[in-house]
Design a protein around this ligand. Structure first.
Ligand SMILES: NC(=O)c1ccc[n+]([C@@H]2O[C@H](COP(=O)([O-])OP(=O)(O)OC[C@H]3O[C@@H](n4cnc5c(N)ncnc54)[C@H](OP(=O)(O)O)[C@@H]3O)[C@@H](O)[C@H]2O)c1
Length: 361
């Protein structure tokens, strides 16, 4: 198979570094372009990164000598050189909206990690195991943008990628009505390490700007339906969230409480988790975890350090399922925020797009 040529826009950032490391040996995608701000452009990737390499695997040899391009200034050249781009930049929302649309209009599809387009009604926001059918809306988006090939697809926020997958196989069958969730989120979610954010050592910060709204609202878009060329959001379940920053390098934990119209038994819940398979598992996509939802019987699991890397950081880990006095059940979930929750989730989405023919010329 000829590999598709891929660019990483924002490749010098924390999420961008994950993209670069995941793409270095990818069986379907060939990392050809790395772009960032004008500050990094013209330097080799190694020079542009300097002392900023922040992830737990070494910088791929292949990436070191790539000359970083200017994501905005070199847009036309980049769009002509690659088959699609990943986007993970830290810019103002209006700037991201405009530059991602500009790439799409140059017939270069964009798979984005940014939140800027998550609420654009004809942009699919996809967790590949949950709502792969939302890719159908791309036809309507292409019509609006006036493109034949170009489009934007996004992934959802990292906080909800621990608990939404666990709720998904129960939602329709048992009528999920009400969810309360508290998240305990790692510092890499803010693009930080303990070196760059020493205030987080021995500390918890009870506020992450905008995160509670995303955690409550984005699941309703994931559970929505494509109708008349847009995604209509679901009206239930009701979700309330509190999001805390905790002193972990990677791995977002969530404590979840849920009530149903038709209360399942504990055995039914465990059975639905064990047997759940999504489209990535059916298609055997290269980054798809074999066992997406893993339940741990031990009272003290899942643990961040022990379990965040299960299935290459792409699995969702669940534990402590028990009945509750206020809600039907409570349990905990864990997922890796820069792998499943960011770059890995976007790479899996790109694999799904490729398998479904959206990158065809
Ligand atoms: N960290 C996570 O776990 C996580 C999870 C989900 C979503 N996100 C989202 O992903 C995005 C990236 O996050 P991050 O943590 O990787 O941020 P980051 O470490 O601050 O990296 C930002 C990247 O954007 C580039 N950039 C900044 N201004 C630019 C401009 N004017 N033109 C072109 N490129 C520009 C930077 O290039 P230079 O190096 O040249 O400055 C760098 O490559 C953000 O929107 C964030 O909200 C992050």
């Amino acid at each position: 198979m000829n590999k598709l040529k891929v660019g990483v826009i924002g490749g010098t950032g924390m999420v961008g570094q994950r993209f670069v490391s995941l793409l270095a040996e990818h069986p379907w995608f060939d990392l050809t372009v790395i772009a960032a701000s004008a500050r990094s452009a013209g330097k080799t990737y190694e020079e542009a990164i300097g002392s900023r390499w922040a992830i737990d695997v070494p910088m791929p040899e292949k990436a070191k000598s790539i000359i970083v391009k200017d994501a905005v200034g070199d847009m036309q050249a980049i769009a002509g050189e690659v088959d699609f781009v990943f986007s993970a930049v830290d810019m103002k929302k209006e700037e991201i909206v405009a530059f991602e649309e500009a790439y799409a209009k140059l017939e270069c599809p964009v798979v984005s990690n940014n939140s800027a387009h998550r609420w654009t009604p004809d942009v699919p926001m996809v967790v590949p195991e949950i709502n792969p059918e939302h890719l159908d809306v791309i036809a309507a988006q292409r019509k609006r943008l006036g493109t034949k090939r170009g489009f934007i697809a996004v992934k959802s926020n990292c906080s909800l990628q621990s608990y939404v997958p666990a709720l998904h196989p129960l939602k329709d069958e048992f009528g999920l009505e009400k969810v309360l969730v508290c998240t305990y989120q790692a510092i890499s979610g803010a693009g930080k390490t303990f070196e760059s954010w020493p205030e987080m050592i021995d500390n918890v910060i009870p506020y992450i700007g905008g995160e509670e709204e995303k955690s409550e609202q984005e699941p309703l878009k994931l559970w929505g339906k494509v109708e008349d060329g847009v995604i209509k959001t679901a009206s239930s379940p009701a979700i309330t969230a509190q999001c805390l920053r905790v002193p972990c390098s990677n791995g977002h934990m969530a404590a979840v409480f849920a009530s149903f119209a038709k209360k399942p038994t504990k055995e039914e819940i465990l059975d639905r988790w064990a047997s759940f398979k999504g489209r990535p598992q059916e298609l055997e996509l290269p980054s798809a975890p074999k066992q997406f939802l893993q339940y741990f019987e031990e009272d003290n699991r899942p643990q961040t350090r022990l379990d965040r890397m299960r299935e290459g950081g792409m699995g969702v880990n669940i534990g402590r399922l028990r009945e509750d006095t206020q809600y039907d059940y409570k349990f905990v979930c864990l997922s890796h925020n820069t792998l499943r929750g960011a770059a890995g989730g976007a790479v899996l989405l790109a694999e799904l797009l490729k398998a479904e023919g959206y990158f065809d010329r």
